[in-house]
Design a protein around this ligand. Sequence first.
Ligand SMILES: [Zn+2]
Length: 254
Amino acid sequence: MSATTLAGWLPESGMITVLTGAGISTDSGIPDFRGPQGVWTKDPTAEAMSTIGTYLADPEVRRRAWRSRRDHAAWDAEPNAAHAALVDLERAGRLRALITQNIDGLHQRAGSGESAVIEIHGTMREAECLSCGLRTPMPEVLARVDAGEEDPPCPDCGGIQKSATISFGQALKEDVLDAALRAARSCGLFLAVGTSLTVQPAAGLCLEAVETGARLVIVNAEPTPYDELADAVLRRPIGETLPRLVALALGSAP
Ligand SMILES: [Zn+2]
């Protein structure tokens, strides 16, 4: 679909719920897990660190996971033009919610409101105790790693800590999922950006939105299982495409 056609209805598409995946952060230098250049493709042991069973069972996996958190590209990454465009959308009053599969916190760093962002896979910016649930800012725990604790236990109960992200084998937080579902069911346009739409329940949010009458626009380099359902599919670079889409939606495109 051409930009001209989109320009016809984007300004009247009402409140917009956005779903973002790894593709929006690759321009910021954060590698995609599953893509050809992905972390798992290059280092299969990375998957063991992201699986709750092996994480709990194997101290060596945990030690490696803490080093990997300390060295994560996100600590030095800066938000890009696509993150900034979604801040514009929110400030213009057109953002219903910003659901993200990303754990890097770049939306908030770009200026998206804490209350607007729904992190369905959690965040790497906090650590969580798997026994008592205590949350600690990640930099505090990483400082202990730097000081020589290879697998720092919970300061309250001595339990095993992990980044506050959803690992394989862990359930999503119910209140977070509820908020995402509500946002998908109460928008005029659902905009999926940089996600392969293959991981549930994130992918199913598209269907929820369409079934409640929303339009669907997909911006992703590769085809997705929901392309046929979409009103528009844009397989162009996200850093250029998203600012353009937001400008069209806000009627501020040149
Ligand atoms: Zn604890």
